[in-house]
Every structure is written in C-alpha cells, then in structure tokens.
Design a protein around this ligand. Structure first.
Ligand code: HEM
Length: 403
C-alpha cells in the first residue's frame, strides 16, 4: 500500500510488471501443465537411468546386475544422454511459460507457498546445473573444477527430490489444467489469441507453441542420438562423438599415452599374472593365444552415451578362472597396468559375468591384434557393462578370494 504510488509514478519501462501484464497464451496453465508433464517424465527417466549407471559402477549386494540382457547398459546410458539433450528445449520452454510468476506480489503468502517456491528454486537450479555440466561432460569440456560424477550424482537427488515436492504440490492444479485442456487446447476459453486474463495477444497459440517445442526437441534428439542409434549416425551433426571414429574403427576414450602405459603395454616381457586358489602363474600373450579362443560381438557402451558393437576374440574368463584353480563362476578382480589409484585402474567381474559365454580377456578386435589404445596386450570385454569397467591393458587377474 505504501509503495504503490511510488511504483506507479515510475516511467512505464521501469515499472515492475505483474503476472497479468503478460499477454501471451503460452503462459496459460494448460501449457505449463503439459510441459511440466514432459519435463517430469524426462527427470524421472534421467534419475532412474542415472541411478542404474551409478549402481553398475558402485554395486550393492541387494540389487546385483547380471550380464543379460547384453544390450541393457548400452540402452540405459544412450537413453540417459539422449533424454538429457532433449531436456534442454523443454526446460527453456517451461521457464518461458512460467516466468510471469516471478512477478507475483507478495512473493510469499504462507508456508505452503514458501515451500512451493523453495522447491521450484532448487528444482530449476539443480536441473539447469545437471544439463549444463552433463552436456559439457559429454563434449569432454571439463571446465568445472570438480569431479563430475560425484557432484552430478548428488545433484540428481536434489533435482529428483525437488521435482517430487513440486509435483506433489502442483498435482491438483495440473489435474484441473488437463481437464480444461482436454476439452480443447486452443479453443477453450480464453481463446487462442487471448492471454490467461482474456486480453488480446500477439496471435501465438498454445498449440503452436507446444508444437514448436516438440519440433525443437525432436530435432535436437535426431541430431545427437546417432552416437547410440548407429543407423542415424549420418545425421548426428551435433553428436559429441562418432562411435566408429578411432583405431580399428572404434572410438577410444582414454588412450595408452593418456593412461601412461605405452611402455609397459608394449614391453617384450609382458605376462598376465593369474592369481587363484592354485597359486600364481604367468601367461604370455603367446600362451593366451594358444588357449581356446572365443569370438563375441559386444558393444563398448560409454558412460558418456555413445556406443558401438565390435567383434572381439580372446580367452573366456571362466576358462582362466578354472585354470587358476577356481570355479567357473568365481568373481574376478581385474588390475590394469595403469598406476594404482588412478580412475578405472581396476574393476571387478561378479561371478555371473565370469560364467557368461561372452565374457573375455580379449586379445583381438575386428580380426587384428588389439590396438594399443584399445588395450593391447589384453583387455576385458563383457556384456551389459559400462565402458569404464571394460578394463584395458590388463596385467593381473585375481580369482575368487585369492589375494
Ligand atoms: C535432471 C537431470 C539429470 C539427472 C537427475 C541425472 C542423473 C544422473 C545420475 C544419478 C548419474 C549417475 C552418476 C554416478 O555414476 O554416480 C548420471 C550420470 C551421467 N549423466 Fe546425468 N542426470 C541428469 C542430466 C544429465 C544430462 C542433461 C546429461 C548430458 C546430456 C547427463 C549426462 C550424464 C553422464 C555422461 C553420466 C555418466 C557419468 C559417469 O559415470 O562418468 N546427465 N546422471
């Protein structure tokens, strides 16, 4: 009351607008509700697929993943990154539709309103943060000075929690908006050329706006998803990675030079140290090649979303487990030539993976010796597993509980 005369004396371009000043029908609750539904579904998919990826890398005994279906991790992480990209236009459109609400006065009317506004603040900040850092990460632009995975994981809980609170509070409004929208998105009162308060507008229609958002989302998806759905590779103009661009026709994330293993991996005296219940033995590459070889067509499915199938041959892990005196389904701890303690220098193969027909200590790729950047002299390849766990430049296998 006290401020009102002062505000109204301001020149019009300095006057703080009110929600009713925004005349476009795209700010209508029916548009807001529809975008909210798509965004909510996207956040749910991102949270679940992200959690699955996390659990592959940090397994828990009560929810073990197995090697079947072979393609599951590839689909999971491809979906995560594809939906991640698609979320960008959805978030921008949603922010545009709701921004008049920033000018609601008074800004807070009670505890429920305060909770709602706080959850929206956390939701917007966390989602925008996930999108920006997620996209920078898949383009390998590590401009942020923190570990992406840890922070992305923590922020995922914030985003998901805030989304749950927001949806819980807004559910009645959403139902009402959908009931109204179901009658007719464009012709329902106020009409297509009317703002939510009934004023004439610039002619934008709700349906037209939602259609443009859908086209932008599909367009962005089509231009990026070829890094996972390889038949669409030719149109993947914005995809961060061509999965077939690399030595032996397969992309590489970490090179031998980057991992600091060039010298050790090409040393004449390299031999695999096999530790098991029967003791420790050493197998040269010639020894490994003399064992029964098995071929498997399996994808490298990167945590960054790209994936590509390739033809690998090598020794079945279960043959190595039994050779070491263990059982064919004993778990195996894998150690690489990378410096101990560096990322992905070790990995663990649970018993179900060791026993699988296609879990190999791979020695060749596409019919040739493994390229150094693909893990020469020997690497792990197993079904339904993130690329970061397909340990390269293997130096040691520890079978069962042998230490
Ligand atoms: C609300 C949005 C998002 C949520 C809730 C979410 C959630 C998650 C979670 C829980 C993980 C597992 C982290 C871990 O392994 O500890 C993950 C991983 C990942 N996310 Fe997201 N994410 C979101 C958006 C995005 C976007 C937009 C992108 C990029 C387009 C993206 C790219 C990635 C990548 C590349 C990983 C793998 C990280 C790694 O293991 O190295 N995410 N996400």
């Amino acid at each position: 009351m006290v401020n009102r005369p002062l505000l109204s004396n301001r020149p019009s371009w300095l006057r703080i607008p009110e929600p009713g000043d925004f005349r476009s029908p795209v700010h209508d609750k029916r548009v807001v509700a529809r975008l909210g539904l798509f965004l909510g579904a996207a956040i749910l998919i991102l949270f679940v697929t992200g959690l699955i990826s996390h659990l592959h890398q940090h397994p828990v005994s009560w929810l073990p993943f197995g090697p079947e279906p072979v393609w599951a991790y590839r689909l999971n992480q491809g979906l995560h990154v594809a939906v991640g990209f698609a979320t960008l236009p959805l978030v921008l459109a949603k922010l545009y539709t709701v921004y008049p609400q920033f000018f609601v006065r008074p800004p807070v009317t009670g505890w429920q309103h305060a909770l709602e506004r706080a959850s929206v603040g956390v939701l917007v900040a966390a989602t925008v943060f996930q999108i920006v850092t997620g996209i920078l990460n898949v383009f390998k632009l590590y401009v942020f000075g923190f570990s992406f995975t840890g922070v992305h994981y923590a922020t995922a809980w914030l985003a998901f929690g805030a989304a749950l609170v927001h949806v819980g509070i807004k559910l009645p409004v959403m139902f009402r908006a959908f009931a109204a929208g179901a009658r007719n998105l464009d012709s329902d009162d106020p009409g297509p050329d009317r703002s939510p308060n009934g004023d004439a507008t610039d002619g934008t229609t709700r349906r037209g706006f939602l259609g443009s958002v859908a086209v932008a989302t599909l367009f962005l998806t089509a231009l990026t998803v070829g890094q996972t759905v390889t038949p669409l590779r030719a149109v993947a103009l914005l995809a961060p990675r061509d999965p077939f661009d690399g030595p032996q026709g397969l992309a590489v994330n970490k090179t031998a030079r980057g991992a600091g293993v060039e010298e050790l991996a090409t040393a004449e005296d390299w031999a695999l140290e096999l530790v098991g219940p029967a003791g420790t033995s050493h197998l040269t590459r010639a020894d490994l090649l003399a064992m029964s070889q098995h071929e498997a067509v399996l994808p490298i499915a990167c945590v960054e979303g790209w994936s590509a199938s390739a033809r690998w041959t090598g020794v079945r892990m279960r043959d190595l487990a039994t050779l070491s005196g263990g059982r064919p389904d004993d778990p195996v701890h894998v150690v690489s030539l990378q410096e101990a303690g560096t990322s992905y220098a070790t990995s663990d193969l649970p018993g179900s993976y060791v026993a699988h027909d296609d879990t190999l200590l791979a020695l060749t790729l596409a019919g040739e010796d493994l390229d150094l950047d693909h893990g020469f002299p020997a690497r792990i390849i197993a079904p339904n597993r993130p690329g970061v766990l397909q340990t390269k430049w293997v130096s040691r296998l520890v079978v069962g509980n042998a230490a």
